[in-house]
Design a protein around this ligand. Structure first.
Ligand code: SAH
Length: 243
């Protein structure tokens, strides 16, 4: 028996944005194969007044509009019962930063329910009342949660069993996860006077692996001191347990 499909449900005011990029390449093929499914629901369909109002002005004043809690809760309740085991996420710039570790966690879930915010955000009470976990894709502000949801789903779907070959998805040693990647080269061997590092042409796989690790370490140290410190700590722990 194969695993049941990973079931994603997205709540949005712009359903036409989906599947969008998720309909192409790896994610798109996996969608066609039924490795994952995508249900897209228009929040506006759950606004019951004549004008289908989804937003209102913020209490306390200030600019912009706020997504109404009653409308959003009705949409959530329509697609997800109280015993739905899937994590409920709200894309939000003040959320937990999305990391590969979180992506791995989500890929093990039976699916995800993702709420895409718009305007200034959503009424705080629906976050509490429906147990929404806020997730941010970075320290910048988008105009809506849809591109963030697409990023998150793209990262999760590529980890689902059967989406990538064994080789690409092969787990790195745990401490190597904190390294940025080494540089890649392909044909032609010389391009605009630039050559490919000799070692990559040597056929010596152990030496190539050593060179790549060195490059990855140098790039990480130069570009991401935060990752570099984590890497050093993990590597030292791994050496302690080995020796
Ligand atoms: N007033 C908010 C910004 C709202 S942006 C603030 O200053 O924090 C509108 C919507 O875009 C948000 O509700 C959220 O769903 C989405 N969004 C914006 N930036 C995001 C980010 N970095 N990560 C995830 N979602 C984001």
């Amino acid at each position: 028996m194969s695993n049941p499909a990973f079931a994603a449900t997205v709540l949005t005011l712009y359903p036409d944005m989906f599947p969008g990029p998720l309909g192409f390449a790896l994610a798109g093929q996996a969608l066609k194969k039924g490795i994952w499914s995508l249900q897209v629901e228009n929040i506006r369909d759950y606004a019951l007044d004549k004008h289908h109002t989804v937003d209102d002005t913020p209490y306390g004043g200030g600019p912009g509009m706020v997504l109404k809690p009653d409308v959003l809760a009705r949409a959530i309740d329509a697609v997800s019962s109280a015993d739905d085991p899937r994590p409920r996420l709200l894309m939000s710039p003040r959320g937990e930063p999305l990391t590969q570790e979180l992506v791995r966690e989500f890929a093990k879930a039976p699916g995800l329910l993702i709420v895409c915010g718009r305007f200034e955000g959503v009424d705080e009470r629906v976050i509490e009342g429906r147990g929404l976990r806020e997730i941010s894709i970075g320290d910048f502000v988008l105009s809506g949660g849809e591109p963030a949801a697409i990023c998150l789903l793209d990262a999760v779907v590529r980890l689902l069993p059967g989406v990538m070959g064994k080789y690409e998805s092969g787990e790195w040693e745990s401490f190597e996860k904190d390294l940025l990647e080494y540089p890649h080269y392909t044909r032609p061997r010389e391009w605009e006077g630039r050559t490919v590092p000799e070692v990559l042409l040597s056929g010596n796989h152990a030496e190539i692996a050593r060179w790549r690790l060195k490059q990855a370490e140098a790039i990480t140290q130069a570009r991401r001191p935060d990752l570099w410190q984590r890497y050093l700590a993990r590597r030292d722990r791994a050496e302690d347990t080995d020796g």
